[in-house]
Design a protein around this ligand. Structure first.
Ligand SMILES: Cc1cc2nc3c(=O)[nH]c(=O)nc-3n(C[C@H](O)[C@H](O)[C@H](O)COP(=O)(O)OP(=O)(O)OC[C@H]3O[C@@H](n4cnc5c(N)ncnc54)[C@H](O)[C@@H]3O)c2cc1C
Length: 367
């Protein structure tokens, strides 16, 4: 197929499937981990009209609905397509700037974010500020029209590839908690930034420790007011969950479940396998509920938390079952799935934090 992918609903699905199947067929065996493939993948999606599907057209997006975004991610996972490095920019920085950025910030940052020319990382977590994010200690001290940044972030995904960092930092030593933070769009290519990749248990280095000592950011690159950082962070985090994440996880798991079924084909029925596969299907139903909410414009954080709990624990159960089979043909795949799935109950809000949300908002339990 040539030109840009068009259409809505099932027409759109067919066009995306056709484009992906041709694009993925042209890649090598190691495409999922190949840095050059990943670095150029977002630009290829942009050229095909498959980036920023729900972003307004004036910012380089397609102005489509979350339904098309859902279908796109379903097809990406189905095709086993690579993931570029644009995830943070596409899912977090872009939507934040569309809602809360200045006209200059939108003009400057949105299009290069979609084309993959500018890769973002998310500098929120610190060793003493993960679930308790308001405890961020990295400082942004006023120096005329600029801020001088000092402190340390950790678990910063994509930091070793990033051109920009969406940085949450403390702008006041005296103001009350939640009123003492600012949100910044920081240039990663400057002195005073030390990125140290961390090797994960899988052997990958997908995240880093980032130390700031005198890096500068101009006030025009602050999103919102000097003490609006907490509000901005909450806007970012509410975009982190929802139907897109859930359907992507579902599709990956259903592919793995199909492998499980094949591995077990000669072993007769097993109630544990049936249960794991049924749990995988419930993830899809939860993702559809989140999609319905999103299409109706309803923000239901509790439903998103239930969905996150469902897919993260289902993935862990599926991977543990697969590993336990000891199937020689798929041993490496299950080892990787098992190790990767351990992180799922930590990132994007840990299991305990999701359960707290459900306890308070659904069950009405006291804090
Ligand atoms: C793969 C991966 C990628 C990541 N990428 C990024 C990134 O790009 N940018 C970024 O900023 N961060 C990133 N993170 C960090 C992630 O956001 C944090 O790990 C997460 O918020 C948990 O914080 P923590 O690790 O400090 O654990 P803590 O908050 O210290 O929690 C430790 C344990 O205590 C529990 N706990 C904490 N508070 C409560 C409570 N109130 N009630 C009950 N239990 C509680 C937690 O559930 C957890 O089990 C990433 C993490 C992972 C695993």
């Amino acid at each position: 197929m040539t030109g840009r992918v068009t259409g809505t609903g099932e027409v759109f699905r067919a066009a995306v499937r056709e484009w992906l199947s041709a694009a993925v067929a042209g890649l090598g065996d190691d495409a999922l981990h190949d840095v050059t493939v990943r670095r150029t993948w977002d630009g290829r999606l942009y050229d095909a009209g498959l980036a920023g599907l729900t972003w307004p057209e004036e910012f380089g997006g397609r102005g489509l609905s979350v339904l098309e975004e859902y279908i796109f991610h379903e097809e990406v996972a189905r095709a086993g397509a690579p993931e570029g490095y644009g995830r943070i920019g596409r899912l977090l920085t872009g939507p934040l700037l569309i809602k809360h950025g200045s006209p200059e910030q939108r003009q400057r940052y949105l299009r290069p974010t979609l084309t993959g020319d500018e890769v973002w990382c998310q500098g929120f977590s610190e060793s003493g500020a993960g679930s308790d994010l308001a405890n961020v200690g990295t400082r942004a001290e006023r120096a005329g029209e600029q801020y001088r940044i000092a402190g340390q972030k950790i678990w910063t995904s994509f930091a070793d590839h990033a051109d920009r960092c969406l940085l949450l930092a403390r702008t006041s030593a005296r103001a009350a908690r939640h009123r003492n933070l600012g949100m910044f769009l920081l240039d990663m290519h400057q002195p005073g930034i030390d990125v140290r990749p961390i090797t994960r248990i899988t052997g990958d280095t997908t995240f880093s420790e980032v130390r700031f000592d005198g890096a500068m950011v101009h006030e025009r690159d602050r999103v919102g007011g000097e003490t609006d950082g907490w509000r901005m962070a909450m806007a970012v985090l509410s975009d982190e969950r929802g139907p897109i994440e859930a359907i992507t996880r579902y599709t990956g798991m259903s592919r793995a479940a199909a492998v499980l079924r094949r591995c077990c084909a000669s072993g007769g029925s097993d109630p544990e396998l049936d249960e794991v596969c049924a749990r995988v299907e419930t993830v899809r139903w939860h993702s559809l509920r989140s999609l319905e909410n999103a299409l109706a414009g309803v923000a239901d954080r509790a439903a998103d938390s239930v969905s996150k709990l469902m897919w993260s624990h289902t993935w862990q159960a599926l991977a543990a079952y697969g590993l336990g089979l000891g199937c020689p043909a798929h041993e490496r795949m299950w080892q990787r799935q098992y190790l990767e799935s351990r992180a799922a109950s930590i990132f994007s809000g840990s299991t305990q934090i999701q359960r707290n949300i459900v306890a308070e908002r659904v069950l009405g339990l006291p804090r």
